[in-house]
Design a protein around this ligand. Structure first.
Ligand code: SAM
Length: 272
């Protein structure tokens, strides 16, 4: 690994530059990617899935950790030969998959092994990917994900804050979520328009069932769809005041002050 050429030279040798259509903003400073890998670990011999490796800066850092194996999923086929070269230099510890992370079946990739997720996410699909991992059949052991700062703040926002919304409730019902690193736009090549942040999500030992998550999605969509209204009116189609009363929530409260536990009670009540 220490013999590898600098990432800028590798990009130049392959005639590659960033393509906006794939949300490409690269981290070429290995000090930064190593810090992200440290924040994501330890992996203790588990597998790590990385979405969108691009030139492989984060991949290199992940290969330096205690992960037994790293699987990368990259949609832009121009990067596959470069990633394959990296795979050839690391004794079978790296598997390169060309594909769309929104469609990939992680359980098939893992073949019965447990896995963590680490990614500098493409901004255009960051939120749908997070929802897929929070609500899908595969339960990652941890997720360490770079988002644009505004999205990272929404994922980790506490009740009562401006950023608190649907994404906060769904994320925090399934995981403990915290922002662990802020990065300015200039850390990326090319720099995006906005700052970024890394969120670490650690799944709760007793996550809600699929049925509860579906109910939670319905309740939060209605409640935050009209976040300035009282719940008795924003939740009208789901039972309004009587739903709130069944959940022990004041029908006069607004969505933004209801914590995750309150939303879980509303979801539960909406199912009975
Ligand atoms: N990990 C690299 C880094 O930190 O330098 C690149 C990060 S860049 C923000 C996002 C990467 O995701 C790009 O390589 C892009 O081609 C890839 N990508 C975009 N959409 C994707 C998708 N649906 N599935 C898999 N990879 C995708």
């Amino acid at each position: 690994m220490s013999d590898l050429a600098p990432l800028r030279d590798v990009l130049e040798a392959h005639g590659l530059s960033a393509d906006k259509r794939f949300g490409q903003h690269f981290l070429l400073d290995l000090n930064i990617t190593r810090k992200i890998a440290r924040l994501a670990g330890p992996f203790e011999g588990d597998v790590v899935i990385e979405v969108g490796p691009g030139p492989g800066g984060l991949t290199r850092a992940l290969l330096e950790t205690d992960a037994e194996h790293v699987i990368v999923v990259e949609k832009d086929r121009r990067f596959i030969p470069l990633l394959q070269e990296l795979a050839d230099s690391c004794d079978g510890r790296l598997t390169v998959i060309e594909g769309d992370a929104l469609k990939v079946n992680e359980l098939e990739l893992l073949k019965g092994r447990t896995g963590h997720l680490v990614s500098n996410l493409p901004y255009n699909v960051g939120t749908p990917l997070l929802i897929k991992w929070l609500t899908g059949p595969w339960r990652p052991k941890s997720l360490t994900l770079m988002f644009q700062k505004e999205v990272a703040d929404r994922v980790a926002a506490p009740a009562g804050s401006d950023a608190y919304g649907r994404l906060s409730v769904i994320s925090q019902a399934v995981c403990e979520a915290r922002v662990v690193m802020d990065l300015p736009a200039r850390a990326f090549t090319p720099p995006p328009k906005v700052a970024s942040a890394v969120v670490r999500l650690d799944p709760r030992p007793d996550p809600p069932s699929t049925g509860m998550l579906q109910a939670l999605e319905k309740v939060t969509a209605a409640a935050f769809g009209q976040r300035r209204k009282m719940l008795r009116s924003s939740l009208k189609s789901l039972g309004g005041a009587s739903l709130c009363e069944a959940a022990g929530i004041s029908p006069e409260a607004r969505a933004e002050v209801i914590g995750v536990a309150g939303f879980l009670r509303l979801a539960e009540a909406s199912r009975s």
